[in-house]
Design a protein around this ligand. Structure first.
Ligand code: ADP
Length: 166
């Protein structure tokens, strides 16, 4: 069984993430999308549990996708889940430097682990969770940016405001 892990903050999941999820799910037998609680990033708009729920909602038609949440190092999480592959999405050269560094660190921590990069579809190259939050704050139409099933939740969260602690 070829099991891969797609780690990220997913705050919230975007159409760019979903495209990577679908493509990775078509390549591997099982894909675990893992919401990683990362102290270096901002405290987050959605709680980790809410992010998991949003991802579950938009992947319910993908039978080989599992959604989880972890406070562990990704390298340890992969070992514990018997996976040798991390999937990462690349948008631009600016992603590349940080992602290559992470891939090398993860391989150092867990030598059995490889990182596989999927390039973004050009139509999602500009898209990030940060952009989504910024647009939502101004009440913009989110239908080109997040899966339609979760637009209501993203708008409602923006309206009631306060960020969650990780
Ligand atoms: P962000 O907060 O920047 O949207 P995350 O930390 O949630 O990103 O991203 C998780 C993974 O998804 C990373 O590998 C990131 O490069 C990738 N990713 C994010 N947005 C896109 C996109 N629009 N297209 C392809 N990959 C993406």
């Amino acid at each position: 069984m070829r099991r891969a892990i797609y780690p990220g903050s997913f705050d919230p999941v975007t159409l760019g993430h979903l495209d990577i999820i679908k493509r990775a799910a078509a390549i591997f037998d099982e894909l675990i999308v893992c919401v990683c609680i990362n102290s270096a990033k901002d405290s987050g708009l959605f709680s980790p549990e809410e992010r998991v729920e949003l991802i579950r909602k938009v992947t319910e038609d993908l039978p080989n996708v599992r959604v989880d949440c972890s406070r562990e190092l990704v390298a340890d999480y992969a070992r514990r889940n018997r996976s040798r592959v991390l999937v990462k999405g690349l948008r631009a050269v600016s992603d590349y430097e940080a992602e290559i560094q992470m891939a090398m660190i993860n391989a150092k921590l867990n030598p059995k682990l490889d990182t596989v990069f999927l390039y973004t579809r050009p139509k999602y190259a500009y898209l990030s969770s940060t952009v989504v939050k910024e647009l939502a704050r101004y009440g913009a139409d989110l239908s080109d940016f997040v899966p339609r099933q979760i637009i209501g939740e993203v708008c409602a969260k923006m309206a009631d405001g306060s960020p969650q602690q990780p």
